[in-house]
Design a protein around this ligand. Structure first.
Ligand SMILES: NC(=O)c1ccc[n+]([C@@H]2O[C@H](COP(=O)([O-])OP(=O)(O)OC[C@H]3O[C@@H](n4cnc5c(N)ncnc54)[C@H](OP(=O)(O)O)[C@@H]3O)[C@@H](O)[C@H]2O)c1
Length: 244
């Protein structure tokens, strides 16, 4: 590792597991002071101990909760350099079946959560900082039976572009759209019989799922000094899924 993020303070939502955990691990190895956040305090503390990072429990869909993180960050670290909005949730229902409760839940965690984190934390970010939002290939293209998730992740894509323009003189803002990545979210789909491993592998022309570490490598590039002219960019990382 080359210390690309030495001395930078990075907050990673959804850092207790899956993609967020791997991003936290990679950023820590690159010298960042990492703060992970998620709702389940017990799981969060276990993850933070493993990583040697700070942690602060937050529900990203609740503005009071996000404001308490902001206050804690100012008291503890003074300011912030990198924000990765990785917290997310998925439920699968089509337009005829989806309930308003499911719609509100998925929009609030995936889209409003990303908005609230940008809205509340951008003011304490240092010039030259970076925000990375995690959307999905389902933010770029639709799939049947996932209407609320597709809408929420599509919102994250255009939210990224709008925020990038608003912050263009201060902070770079980009978005990653992963295909199917083998995380607890996806393992749960397999274990509960919602999808087979073979199906999830073959959604990608490369014939396999991505690893959280592969997403973390791209996250490092987009949040580090080697992507200084990249902002408002929406980048798929998906084994060729959106090329097909
Ligand atoms: N895995 C994939 O195939 C895939 C593909 C495309 C995009 N994505 C996106 O990538 C991101 C990470 O996915 P993953 O597969 O790593 O998911 P995961 O394994 O289920 O982890 C989700 C993380 O988000 C946290 N979280 C959920 N709701 C939250 C809330 N309201 N406030 C704060 N934290 C919350 C969870 O902790 P708590 O439950 O304790 O809060 C956990 O740390 C998500 O945005 C997901 O939509 C994943």
């Amino acid at each position: 590792m080359t210390g690309l993020l030495k001395g930078k303070v990075a907050v990673i939502t959804g850092g207790s597991k899956g993609i967020g955990y791997s991003i936290a691990e990679r950023f820590t190895k690159e010298g960042a002071k990492v703060v992970i956040s998620s709702r389940n305090k017990e799981e969060l503390e276990v993850a933070a101990n493993e990583l040697g990072s700070d942690c602060f429990a937050v529900d990203v869909s609740d503005s009071k909760s996000v404001l308490s993180l902001k206050e804690w960050l100012v008291d503890t670290h003074g300011s912030l350099d990198i924000l990765v909005n990785c917290a997310g949730a998925v439920r699968y229902d089509g337009i005829m079946e989806v309930t308003e409760e499911d719609w509100d839940f998925l929009i609030s965690v995936n889209l409003t959560g990303t908005f609230l984190m940008c809205n509340k934390l951008a003011p304490i970010m240092n010039d030259g900082g970076a925000i990375l939002n995690i959307s999905s290939t389902l933010g770029l293209r639709a799939m049947e039976g996932a209407v609320a998730y597709c809408a929420a992740k599509g919102g994250v894509v255009n939210l990224t572009k709008a925020v990038a323009l608003d912050l263009v003189d201060k902070i770079r803002v980009n978005c990653l759209c992963p295909g199917v990545v083998e995380t607890p979210m996806v393992k749960n789909r397999i274990e509960t019989g919602q999808a087979t491993r073979e199906y999830l592998e073959n959604v990608q022309p490369m014939g396999r799922m991505g690893t959280p570490e592969e997403v973390a490598s791209m996250a490092l590039h987009l949040c580090g000094p080697e992507s200084g002219w990249t902002t408002g960019s929406i980048i798929s990382i998906d084994g060729g899924q959106t090329a097909a």
